[in-house]
Design a protein around this ligand. Structure first.
Ligand code: NZQ
Ligand code: ZN
Length: 388
C-alpha cells in the first residue's frame, strides 16, 4: 500500500430477504415529507412499490411522488426533481430502483437548494457543494453501479451530448440502503448481465493501475473470481439466491471506495463508455463491454506485469513457458470468452453507434491520466473503430 489516505464510509446497509424490515427504523430519523423516487414502473409490477408505500404510510409520512426516472437520468429530469423537493420542502429523498434512481436522488440532494444552474455548477465545473444537502435513502432493485454505497451521480445532457459522472463526497453518500437480492429476480437478462459487466469493469478500472504490491489488488482478485462464478450460476438460474446475493454484495464492494485505496485507478473505459451513452442512450454496462477488449489490448504493453497477474490469479492461466505478454493476452481472451458466454454486447454497432458518431464520441471522452497509458485523441478513435 502506498501513500496517505483516510477511509470512511457513512452508508448503513441492510442486506438480505428481510432487509426491508429495517426501513421503518431508518425513516424515524427524518421529517414527515418523503420524496419517493422511482423509474418507469418495474416496482409497480413486482410489488415493491406497494410494500414501500405501506411502510411510509404506517410511519405517518407524506409522500411526494417523483416517478419516471429514466435509465441514464437527464438534466431536465434532475431539474424537475429539484423543483419537487424545493416546492414541498421535503425532508428525505427515498430512491427505489437501480443506479439511475440512486444517482438521480444524489443529484437532487445536492442541487435542490442550489442558487445557480446545478448542471453547470456541480457537473460541468465540479464545484464543491455549498448549499444545504438533502438526505438520501435507497431501496435497490438492480445490481451493478455500486450507487447504493458511494457518492457517484451520473447525469446526461442530450443537448450538449455529455454524460458526466460526478463523484460527490461522503456528505452525498446514501444515509442508508436496503439490499434485498430477491428484488433483482425480475430483472430482464439483458439488464442483469449488463450489471454484471459493470461490476467487472469497476474492478478492472481500479485494478489496472500502479505497479506496487497492494492489498487492494488481492481483494479485487477475490471479488472478480466470485463474480465470474456467481455470474455463471445466475445466468443458468436467475432465481438462484446464493448467486444473486453474491452478485449484489460484490457490486457494492467493487465501488464503495474500499478497493481504490492505494490505487491510482484508471477509469478510461468508463470515460469512453459514458460518451457512447451520451450519443446513444445505450445501457451503461453494454457501452463498457463493447469497448473494453480493444482498450485493454491497446494498453497491455504498458502494464504487462498487472495483466499477467490478472491472467494467472483471476483466470487461472498457466504461465509456464510463455512470455508475460502472451500470458496477459490469454487472460484477456479468457475474459472475452466469459463475456460472450454470459451474453454481453461486444460491438458498438449493436448499440446504435454509426461511423459518423465516432469523432464526436472520441471528443466527448474525458482523458484520464492515472492508468497505464494516457490516450491521445487518435488512440481513442482507433479503439472506437475496433469496437464497432
Ligand atoms: O425504470 P424501471 O421501470 O424501474 O426499469 C429499470 C430500467 O429500465 C429496470 N429495473 C431495475 N430494477 C428492476 C428493473 N426491471 C425489473 N425488475 C427490477 N428489479 O432496469 C433498467 C435499468 O435500470 P438503471 O437504474 O438504469 O440501471 P443501473 O443500475 O445499471 O444504473 C445505470 C446508471 O448508473 C450510472 C450509469 O451511468 C447509468 O446512468 N452509474 C452510476 C455509478 C455510480 N453511482 O457510481 C457508476 C457506474 O459506473 C454508472 O456510470
Ligand atoms: Zn459503471
Amino acid at each position: 500500500m502506498l501513500g496517505n489516505f483516510t477511509y470512511s464510509n457513512p452508508t448503513r446497509l441492510h442486506f438480505g430477504p428481510d432487509a426491508l424490515e429495517a426501513l421503518a427504523g431508518e425513516l424515524a430519523h427524518y421529517g414527515k415529507k418523503v420524496q419517493l423516487i422511482y423509474g418507469g414502473g418495474s416496482i409497480k409490477k413486482n410489488g415493491i412499490y406497494d410494500q414501500v408505500v405501506a411502510i411510509l404510510k404506517d410511519a405517518g409520512k407524506e409522500i411526494y411522488e417523483d416517478a419516471g426516472v429514466m435509465p441514464n437520468p437527464t438534466v431536465e429530469k434532475l431539474n424537475e426533481g429539484c423543483r419537487i423537493a424545493r416546492e414541498n420542502h421535503v425532508d428525505l429523498l427515498l430512491a427505489v430502483g437501480g443506479g439511475s434512481c440512486c444517482d438521480y436522488a444524489k443529484g437532487v440532494a445536492a442541487s435542490a437548494w442550489c442558487q445557480e444552474d446545478p448542471w453547470e455548477k456541480y457537473y460541468v465545473r465540479m464545484e464543491e457543494v455549498d448549499n444545504p444537502i438533502l438526505p438520501v435513502g435507497c431501496v435497490l432493485t438492480m445490481v451493478g453501479t455500486g450507487s447504493e454505497m458511494n457518492g457517484g451521480s451520473v447525469i446526461t445532457n442530450h443537448k450538449t451530448k455529455l454524460k458526466i459522472g460526478r463523484v460527490f463526497g461522503e456528505e452525498l453518500f446514501p444515509k442508508f440502503s436496503i439490499l434485498n437480492p430477491e428484488y433483482t429476480y425480475t430483472l430482464p437478462k439483458y439488464q442483469m448481465v449488463a450489471g454484471i459487466y459493470d461490476i467487472m469493469n469497476h474492478i478492472t478500472e481500479q485494478y489496472f493501475s500502479g505497479d506496487d504490491d497492494c492489498t487492494s489488488d488481492y481483494l479485487m482478485e477475490g471479488l472478480m473470481r466470485s463474480l465470474i462464478h456467481s455470474s455463471r450460476e445466475a445466468v443458468e438460474n436467475p432465481r438462484n439466491y446464493e448467486a444473486r446475493s453474491n452478485l449484489m454484495w460484490i457490486a457494492t464492494w467493487a465501488l464503495n471506495t474500499l478497493v481504490a485505496k492505494g490505487k491510482a485507478t484508471d477509469w478510461m473505459v468508463h470515460m469512453i463508455g459514458q460518451s457512447v451513452g451520451a450519443y446513444t442512450d445505450a445501457t451503461h454496462g453494454m457501452t463498457l463491454s463493447a469497448v473494453s477488449l480493444p482498450y485493454y489490448r491497446h494498453i497491455l504493453p504498458y502494464g504487462v506485469h498487472q495483466f499477467k497477474k490478472f491472467a494467472v490469479n483471476v483466470w487461472a492461466v498457466r504461465p509456464e513457458g510463455k512470455s508475460d505478454q502472451e500470458i496477459g493476452l490469454e487472460g484477456l481472451a479468457a475474459m472475452e470468452a466469459w463475456m460472450k458466454e454470459i451474453g454481453l454486447v461486444m460491438h458498438l454497432a449493436d448499440l446504435g453507434v454509426t461511423e459518423d458518431m465516432l469523432e464526436g464520441i472520441a471528443q466527448g471522452s474525458f482523458v484520464m491520466d492515472s492508468g497505464y497509458k494516457v490516450l491521445e485523441h487518435q488512440e481513442i478513435l482507433d479503439i472506437l473503430k475496433q469496437s464497432m
